[in-house]
Structures are given as structure tokens and as C-alpha cells.
Design a protein around this ligand. Sequence first.
Ligand SMILES: *Cc1c(COP(=O)(O)O)cnc(C)c1O
Length: 382
Amino acid sequence: MKFSTKAIHAGNEPDKETGAVNVPIYATSTYANEAFGVSKGFDYGRTINPTRVALETNLATLENGKYGFAFSSGMAATHCIASLLEKGDHVIVSQNVYGGTYRIFERVMRKLGLDFSWVDTSDYEKIGVALKPNTKMIFVETPTNPMLTLTDLDMISDVARVNKLISVCDNTFMSPYFQNPLDLGIDIVVHSTTKYINGHSDAIGGCVVTKRDDLSEQFKFLQNSIGAVPSAFDCYLVLRSTKTLALRMERHNFNAGKIAKVLESEHSSKINRVHYPGLESHPQHQLAKKQMRGFGGMISIDLGSFDNAIKFFNGLKIFSRAESLGGVESLVCHPVSMTHASIPKEEREKYGLTDGLIRLSVGVEDYDDLMEDITNALGEVK
Ligand SMILES: *Cc1c(COP(=O)(O)O)cnc(C)c1O
């Protein structure tokens, strides 16, 4: 079965009692036993919920995995993955990951005895240098936020296999519609479902998907032990949203692709650099074509200075000035002062995350309106 069909049907069986085509929102914290020791396989709402099971089945199917686990946020999903590790273990992480990933690893997990190296995982040699005898995991984000740097997932799964590491890919930016890391040999996929998967900017959530039976057993234990599970209502919202994921991703990709080309070809006097994996000028355009089926809806542009970035930011009318990304509505963000404020200046400037950088989450509005908005706002920039 192809993606759009699976998106609509996986986990979404019509209700057995009523035929309702949508999975009910099971608002229940517990389940009654018929008699001593006789249950229907449901005991307590943190451990299991039918709406959550439907969502988990759906997400596992879309990532071509076997097991899905839903969480109350993307960070809760990442926390669960880090909880696979033990004191003294070392992790290699892509150097410009989501700011919250940097924060939980450096400021929460390090205190508990885990060690992290921040590495340009697009470079095989640098991974080799960073490996230690106690390295247990390699955690990559591709494309990265906000620089849109890619990591070769085939290469990462090779490195992981040879060195007996657990490989993890944060696939939030591409969504399962454009990229499936498990197909390339990665062990674990993590998403902030808050972004493209839910796509309507009305729920916070996360998920983990794997094919590995051993990891699935651990995730089931950790999800229940830590308890950062989503409500049945939020599971329903995300399950509703994946039905249109293919349609939305096609439109995000179409709009962003056209906008990136125009920004590069017609506005080079004001924009130093357009970062978008679909542009031939992107240093990893060939890799993007190899491991992704589209290029997504995220564009970053370097306007050269803080002043220019802020003039452009304030000049936009359709794009909302907001954190987050992947929703139907277009958003603009100044990463240095918003999403990536927790990363030290020396760290971020090493990889081009400058004061002049603006990140656009291109929504599914009409292309002409979005382009006009951007052109007008660029008029404010000297
Ligand atoms: C937003 C985001 C996260 C964190 O997800 P939350 O749902 O906000 O907790 C992790 N990774 C990436 C790439 C993100 O964009």
C-alpha cells in the first residue's frame, strides 16, 4: 500500500460497535475488569489507551516501522530515547540540532552521567574522531534546524553497525512523507509531532518508531515508567492530521521550492545566502535527492545583520512571528533570539547560525500571496 492510503487507514479501523469511521476519543483513566483477573487487555490509562494505540499504529506504519510510541511532546520522546542509556555512556550528536535537544542533553542528561560530543555528522571523518570506547549512540537530525545541513543516513547506519551503536534520527523536518530513516538502516526515528505530522498548530506531541523488538520492549517499559504520554484528545488530533499529511507536504514543498528559487535568483543583493536542500547551490543537493523524496517547507536566509533580519521580520504580514514550524500557516522566526537562544554564541557562529539568519516555515497558503508578502518585507531591508 502507498503512503496516502496507509495514512488514512492504518490504525483507523471503523469502530466495531457502531461503525464510526473515526477512532473514538477514549477519555478514561482506567478500565473495569469483568471478574478477578479477567480484563480486555486494558488496565490503566498511562499504560495503554485505545486512541493512543490507533495513533501509534498509524505512525509506525508511516515510518515503515513495527512499533510506535506516542509522547506528550517531542522532548518527552527524546528523553525516553536518552533513558535507554546508562551512566558513563557517550553519545555523538549532530552539532546544530533543535535547541531543546541541546538543552536536555547538556543541562539535564549530563548531570545524570551521560557524555555528549557535538559533531558535524555530515562529515564521516569527524564522526571517526569523536568515537570513544564508551560511545553507545549516534543521534542525528537531518536536515538540521535551522541550517538545513544534511547527514547521510546510509553512512550513519554503517557507522552504527560497525561500532555497535544505536542510531537515532530526528525526522521532524522531512516528516515520514519525504524521508524514512528506518528504510536506510537507522534503528530509531523520533518526531516532534507538534510540527508537520500534526500540522495544525493545535497540539504538542512526539513519537518514537522502531523495527527492533528489543528496543520496543525497552520503550514500552520506559514510556509507562516515565509517564510522559499524550491525552486521548491530542492523540485524536494527531491521528486526524496524518490523513492529510501527504497533501500538506506536497503543498509545503511546492511553495517553499518556488520561494527559495526566487529568493536566490532575484534578491541576491539583499540576501547573502538561501539555505534550502532543493536548490542546486545547496552543498548537499545530491544527497538530498538520494535520501529524501522532496525538500520540505523550511527555508533559512542570511540577511547579513541583526538590523536587516529584524526589519524583514517585522515587515511580514501573512507570516506570523512565532516559534515552531510545520503548521498550515506560514511562520517566521529569528533563531538566535527565539528557538536557539540557549546555544552559546561561539558554538552557533561556528556553523553559520548568525544574528542575520531568518528561518521561514512556509505554510500551505497561496504561493502568490506568500511571495508578495516576502517581497514587500524585503523592501524594508537596505
Ligand atoms: C520542535 C522540535 C523538537 C521538540 O519537540 P516538542 O514537541 O516541541 O517538544 C525536536 N526536534 C525538532 C527538529 C523540532 O523541530
